[in-house]
Design a protein around this ligand. Structure first.
Ligand code: GRF
Length: 642
């Protein structure tokens, strides 16, 4: 007897689920509710179903029972949190998808953190706040020892828009008030910011057992090079190069099984897809779970189901029946790479523009195109949501899959279409840098530490000093880095700079990073690092709030002047003394400092955080320069991260 399957949802992920399940030799009838006009005639549709109407779930379940549905498969997160699986099951409809109690692992960030803690799953340090004022006072406390930043999350579901990554205390405070105002948040999770590589790892679960899919990587931010607001996901690929094979076993034993046990202990057995969003440091092998989702990722599902060689139906049925022990130990995936790039409507994620006519060579074409925010109007397809479609490419390598995905994307057009052009691109190649320093090298150490922690995608190729006995050189040598000294002869700046360039040449640095390098660079040296955007790839940190107190001894000058505030500035270098365009600054109070040493101690703590943080976007050249005065050169410009 062939089976009847009902897929619930209407987005790209549900298109992929319906497509994959319809290919199962065991499935005779496949229905979709509400489905999507663009999915074609292969599926029987219940178009009038509205999954955001909780009151209609009982009617829907009754209809599914009468249609003798053998398995309902729920795609999106909101209906799961609202208890659709519970209602279907109570009407006798076998369902693949967790109960509302288990789906809380996604719907409440605070609950997820509690579960992780109880299950011993590695996760970031966090605080829970049950009101805006509590959140603000926690941030106040944290601002004294801020570290690389904190992430502010609102507790409920927010379509990927409830998370703010904050580098500075003021950003975090703004995030709290903004999430309260615009997302109605009243409970917050404030979580330590982590760095590394993100991975999306999903497992089919039957309450007790977990069978892992292959890992994938998604791209959450709207713009290229991870800029702009968070979205539901603008693209994804799988497999993820560099993830060691044995990692899956660790994930299973250290994440999925302990969480399933903890949920079961709390009476919330998880049946369905459990999705762990991870941060992973490939160098140390450490990982942390950032969040859990209670369903397939969108758009990760589209690439994973494209690569899945097994029949999906028996897997979902076994999970729903709590019988994963009757299935093979592993799911089979093709060795090919798959990559999806999403085409989104103008205005996404805030207010996507609707009703734009879609021009496309061939609408119904999975697994090349999966349709989401689309509907039919008269006889044309028009945009009807944020993420309109996803174009998938497959190939022997990620690069090949990428080329094909972008070729497919170009076959679809509509006015205002947004897409990222760097999905799966190796934009994260470490930038080769040379550090130039004259003294103790604590900033050099801070940069190296950030690199090792995966917080800064750079590689120090050489450390160069104008003093042969500078402690920074010994520090570089101690960790096996080339330590070069090029000592100037009095009055011969040109010859010295030529020698510097010659010494650096074999290491081919892309950027020069100055950290206490006590020399002014001449146009000749700067020219060697000139970018075609008009600045030189040379950056410096100066111990004052520029343009105040340029020159030597910035902290001393501030202290002796009786200033209330001191600060540090990161700036691009030009031929003037500490005068190039300012990139990042941070002030701190010195009103209570009694000695200049005290000021300096405070300053170095700020510098060691500020410099690596600013280098993250400066080195990848993700910035724009606003000229402050048209007639001037770049000097009077403000550099803004974009
Ligand atoms: C720092 O204060 C930096 O701002 C200035 O020189 C000092 C270098 O310190 N340009 P270190 O050598 O990095 O410890």
């Amino acid at each position: 007897m062939k089976k009847t399957v009902l897929v619930l949802g209407s987005g790209g992920r549900e298109h992929a689920l319906a497509w994959k399940l319809a290919r199962s030799p065991q499935v005779g009838r496949l229905m979709v509710a509400p489905g999507n006009d663009a999915w074609g005639p292969d599926y029987e549709r219940w178009p009038e179903i509205n999954l955001s109407e909780r009151e209609s779930y009982a009617r829907l379940a009754e209809r599914a029972r009468q249609a003798r549905v053998d398995l309902a498969v729920i795609g999106p997160d909101n209906p799961l949190a609202d208890g659709l699986a519970d209602v279907l099951i109570s009407h006798g409809v076998p369902t693949f998808g967790p109960s509302a109690a288990a789906a809380r692992i996604e719907a409440s960030k605070a609950f997820a953190k509690e579960v992780m803690q109880a299950a011993g799953v590695p996760t970031a340090r966090f605080f829970r706040a049950d009101s805006v004022s509590e959140a603000l006072s926690i941030l106040d406390r944290l601002s004294k020892d801020w570290g690389p930043g904190w992430v502010v999350k609102c507790d409920g579901l927010a379509l990927g828009k409830g998370v703010r990554v904050c580098a500075f205390p003021h950003e975090a405070r703004d995030a709290v008030t903004d999430l309260a105002k615009n997302a109605g948040a009243s409970t917050f999770v404030i979580e330590e910011r982590l760095f590394g590589e993100e991975l999306s790892w999903m497992a089919l679960c039957d309450g007790k057992r977990a069978v892992l899919l292959d890992p994938a990587r998604d791209h959450k931010r709207l713009g290229d090079a991870d800029t702009g607001p968070n979205t539901g996901g603008m693209g994804a690929f799988s497999p993820v190069p560099g993830v060691p094979a044995e990692f899956a076993e660790r994930m299973k034993n250290e994440v999925f099984l302990p969480v399933l046990r903890e949920l079961e202990r709390r009476g919330a057995e998880f049946k369905g897809v459990l999705y762990a969003g991870l941060m992973w440091n490939p160098r140390s092998g450490k990982f942390w779970v950032l969040e859990f989702n209670a369903r397939f990722g969108d758009p990760e599902a589209q690439v994973l189901l494209t690569r899945m060689e097994d029949d999906l139906f028996p897997w979902c049925e076994a999970a729903a029946r709590c019988e994963l022990d009757t299935m093979p130990e592993k799911m089979r995936f093709s060795r090919e790479s798959a990559l999806i790039v999403v085409g989104a409507a103008a205005g996404y994620p805030d207010s996507p523009e609707r009703d734009q006519v879609i021009a496309c060579e061939k609408m119904i074409d999975p697994p090349s195109l999966f349709w989401g925010g689309v509907r039919k109007k008269s006889d044309r397809y028009v945009t009807a949501g944020g993420r309109v479609f996803g174009a998938v490419g497959t190939g022997a390598s990620l690069a090949e899959a990428r080329t094909r995905a972008y070729a497919r994307l170009s076959t679809v057009q509509f006015s205002g279409m947004q897409f990222r052009s760097d999905i799966g691109a190796s934009s994260d190649q470490p930038v080769p840098i040379a550090v130039l320093a004259s003294g103790r090298g604590s900033n050099f150490e801070a940069i190296q530490t950030a690199i090792e922690a995966g917080a800064l995608s750079a590689r120090i190729v050489a450390v160069l000093s104008d003093k042969a006995d500078a402690p920074v050189l010994a520090k570089a040598r101690a960790i096996g880095l080339p330590a070069l000294s090029v000592v100037p002869r009095k009055g011969d700046r040109a010859a010295h700079e030529e020698a510097v360039l010659a010494a650096l040449r074999p290491y081919a640095p892309h950027f020069l990073v100055l950290a206490g390098y006590m020399r002014i660079l001449s146009p000749k040296l700067l020219q060697a690092f000139r970018s075609d955007r008009g600045y030189s790839r040379v950056v410096n940190i100066h111990p004052s709030l520029l343009p105040s107190f340029s020159g030597a001894g910035g902290y001393r000058q501030a202290f002796e002047h009786g200033a209330q505030l001191a600060g540090a500035s990161v700036h691009l270098v030009d031929e003037s003394l500490d005068g190039g365009p300012i990139c990042a600054q941070e002030a701190f109070s010195i009103a209570d400092c009694r000695t200049v040493e005290e000021v300096e101690r405070r300053g170095l703590v700020v510098e060691h955080r500020l410099y690596p943080e600013a280098l993250r976007w400066i080195l990848s050249e993700r910035f724009v320069m606003d000229k402050m005065d048209k007639s001037s050169e770049n000097r009077r410009a403000r550099v803004r991260q974009n």
